[in-house]
Design a protein around this ligand. Structure first.
Ligand code: SF4
Length: 330
């Protein structure tokens, strides 16, 4: 029963989210254009679910995560968390809401203050949110959190530089868990780690999800990384979601040419198995001046005339499999 409820209950809803950054020029620093980093992104995440968000660097996936948490203020759209309109909260209400919505950053070293001990770093959110009655209780909670993420509690007086990359990411996870959140936005949490360590951190995140009933938005540039942890996956290109589906459906039946190209780039550890790699032409276009029509058309091997004129809409092609491509409408 609990599982059925977990599947059905939307914890986070993102509706038509936009984040535009002004481009300024001249002595008067006038706004001459906008970088549409996130341009009308919509999705939801059910309680207890993991939604993977993938795309090349600069596609807007991290900006989406930061805008949901209001680390960046949205230009437009809605973020509904557990029925609450997050974008309309005042500072005090937002501080309270952040207890439920935490983030793990890509670079664990940059996100840890080098002058603080690990114990102090993990205790900081407990102090801010008054989650321990005294020093002793705080120390006990820090020790428990360190052990929960596979770190030795007697290392709490050490500094970040004394830990490896994987251990530092575990510290970041412990700090996020300190406030007992419901949603964690994991922003490229394993991209800076060695492949063998990546698997350990992903396994840890999966174990913690079960133990603490967590919901994840897992952001990565690599489809093979999100595959293991995600229930559903959204693929972003130039600030928009171009395909969103159940994980297995996306891998077995990709609809969008961009997703097909990303999938074709994943190496298969079987020398007998040959698959054709789709090589995309050129780089991701400049988001200040995105192409007209379908933003993917300058690189798309399937592009037709209409693609240069008309932007395709994201449509449901059955069972929650969304994609935006003119070819699918034929
Ligand atoms: Fe390619 Fe056209 Fe589909 Fe865009 S709409 S992905 S350019 S075929």
């Amino acid at each position: 029963m609990a599982e059925v409820l977990a599947e059905e209950r939307k914890l986070l809803e993102v509706k038509n989210l936009k984040k535009y950054f002004p481009v300024k020029a001249g002595i008067l620093r006038k706004t001459v254009a906008y970088v549409k980093a996130v341009d009308g992104v919509s999705f939801h995440i059910n309680e207890g679910e993991t939604l993977g968000l993938v795309g090349e660097s600069g596609c807007g996936k991290s900006t989406t995560g930061h805008t949901i948490l209001r680390l960046l203020e949205a230009t437009g759209g809605e973020v509904i968390f557990d029925g609450k309109d997050i974008l309309s909260l005042n500072k005090r209400e937002m501080r309270e809401a952040r207890k439920d919505m935490q983030i793990i950053f890509q670079d664990p070293y940059a996100s840890l203050n080098p002058r603080m001990t690990i114990g102090e770093i993990i205790a900081e959110p407990l102090i801010i949110h008054k989650l321990a009655r005294n020093k002793e209780e705080r120390r006990e909670k820090v020790a428990w959190l360190m052990e929960s993420v596979g770190l030795a509690a007697d290392h709490m007086n050490r500094f970040p530089h004394e830990f490896s990359g994987g251990q530092r990411q575990r510290i970041g996870i412990a700090r996020a868990l300190a406030v007992n959140p419901r949603l964690i936005i994991a922003d490229e949490p394993v991209s800076a780690l060695d492949v063998s360590i990546q698997a350990q951190v992903i396994n840890l995140l999966q174990d913690l999800q079960k133990k603490f009933s967590l919901t994840y938005l897992f952001i990565a540039h690599d489809l093979s990384v999100v595959k293991h942890i995600s229930d559903r996956i959204g693929v972003m290109y130039l600030g928009k979601i171009v395909e969103l589906a159940d994980k297995d459906e996306l891998f077995n039946n990709p609809l969008h040419p961009y997703t097909k190209a990303l999938l074709s780039a994943i190496p298969i550890p079987d020398p007998e198995y040959k698959k054709e790699r789709i090589i995309l032409k050129g780089d991701v276009p400049n988001p200040v001046n995105p192409p007209q029509g379908c933003p993917f058309h300058p690189r798309c091997p399937m592009a037709k005339d209409i693609c240069k004129q008309v932007a395709p809409e994201l449509k449901d092609y059955g069972n929650g499999h969304f994609a935006s491509c003119h070819l699918l409408e034929e």
